[in-house]
Design a protein around this ligand. Sequence first.
Ligand code: GLA
Ligand code: ZN
Length: 705
Amino acid sequence: MELKMDRIWHGGDYNPEQWLEFPDILEEDIVLLKKAKCNIVTLGVFSWSMLEPQEGNWQFDWLGKIIDRLWAEGISVILATPSGARPKWLADRYPQVLRCNEDGTRRFYGTRHNHCYTSPVYREKTAAIDRALSKRFGAHPAVKLWHISNELGGECFCPLCQEAFRNWLRDRYQSIDVLNRRWSTVFWSHVYDSFDQIEAPSSNGENQLHALKLDWKRFVTHQTADFLRSEIRAVRTYSNLPVTTNLMYYYRGLDYFKLSKEIDVVSWDTYPTWHKHSDAETALDNGMCHDLMRSLKGKPFLQMESSPSATNWQGVSKLKKPHLLAAQALQAVAHGSDGAMYFQIRQSRGSAEKFHGAVIDHYGGADTRVMHEVAQTGELLAKLGEIVGTRAVSEAVILYDWDSIWAMEDSQGPRNEGLHYTELLLHFYRALTRCGIGVDLKDEESLMQPGVLAKVRLLIIPMGYMFRCGFDRAVEAFVRDGGILITTFWSGIVDENDRCYLGGIPHGLTQVLGVRSSEIDGLYDWEHNVLVGRETDGERNEYECRYLCDLPVTTGLDEAMTGAHLHGKPDILLKYGKDFYQGMPALTRNICGSGEAWYLASHAGEKLYEDMLLRIAQEHRLGLVGRETGALLPNGLQVTQRAGNGWCYRFYQNFSEESVEVTLPGNEWEVIATEQWGEGVMEDAHSRIIPQYGFLICRKASGEA
Ligand code: GLA
Ligand code: ZN
């Protein structure tokens, strides 16, 4: 089901149930929402005990009145199901709705997200209230989207979940012998005789059988998706609106590629720690998360939540500095979101989030700094309605695969003190950003869909630990057909059951890359090595590297195996400068078919990725650097594009402390919005100084639909 939108959504989570005794405040909220230029609110996220104070006693009139009142003022509604937190009566009468810890003890009532997603009672009770909400509000013109539950996550180890896990394993493996083989249970004599013997992993029991732990994680995603489906079925009883569920920043507990198959629109909650490190770095990290969320479904998404100012659960509640609020909202849009929403509209008075940033604070007036910035942001977004529905432009893909990350982080070696995987991802992401190359993040299953890799120019596999069956062949075909591949150390190590590949790694790609990884050395935090280039004009490139040093050997020509026309000796661009592996290759490039395959053997500092991608972008005319600028973009500047409806839109945003000068590439570009507080200097028709947090949005006609 498609979400049809005619404007960029601006608004956020609103909890009128906390204010029902204060009708004046509720009325004032409408005035303030309009002053804040909000056009949408999310209702009902944690409203269960006010909607159903006793079992079966539905009290929906208060919600109905608020929805009508909002709609009369032109404010739309995203309606949530209340399953993220439950009333006390439900837990008291049906203890099975509460979660069990991994040692089997049942949790007490309290907090939120503390439910068993297998419990038939919990499913039945959520479905009952969801159906009632669907009947009452599912066709209300104000309601545009269902918001299922809230930030699904966590695990439950109750007997029902354990049984469901065993059934899931039965379906997956059919016979216990197959499971034993795939799980390598002979190791330490852990062979199972039947599926009935299997228990979920627990720190009290089996917690080193990697394949069991991996399958448990897969099962948690499967079961959560199943719970999500049961809620979706219920809200659809009387309504054909699209659905979303709000996802979280770097959440590792659920495979979001799988989960997002259930929903129509991806939405997520972003709480970057601005002003903690450099904002340029924070913006990179946030940009990468936006790109991941967009890539889950490959279409526009929603920034469902963000703080209008302080985020009270973080170590330090930092205020957002002036103009950052608009910059963050715009960053979401620039990366493909059609909404910029906040948590929370009105600041709660008591309990856990009373000091969390809000559009309307405890003072309650419109004359606040935050309110002013929210209103300005709303005005800006209102001007950008034509962008809604357009698609982000990207030429590169970074492999991002939950199964692989789960397995890699549990692998026991080669570096239990930290693999620094996210840091490596960000090195590549930073280099792509500085080259102005748009990127999607995709998992292996998405990349193996027919035709997907054919549209990709550059594929980056940073620590692609797990290769599913057939992935190596898909990557080989990609390279042979002209693609550019960058693979790093610790790739293609294990199969989908976390069993090591035999016969040479990266599995299936040793001929494509022209190298085989022979050993990998773990470095202590205080150690480093150096990667050294060839001497040209008396100078040589040198890059420090840390954490892991893979020792590649060149595979050379193997005519019998692969055909001499495909593979030659790789070009060795960098070698190790120290230790017993001094002189061994560390960065190689191999021509294969009409493409090329790079192998990076160690975790170098950021400059290496920038130099490598600059060269690739220039040689292959990729990104802004290859087609327009010829040089890296300044650090902190983000340039992204969206295209559709006959237009190409380009966003320039400056997250560095220094102003930056940008030059528009040609007369066909027309400026449609820019910050209002900067110098506003148009140095000549095509250059402009963009201050910190400033932006420039322009468009040009494009042939594409
Ligand atoms: C999450 C939740 C919200 C709220 C915010 C606070 O994203 O979904 O209900 O707790 O965090 O930052
Ligand atoms: Zn359970």
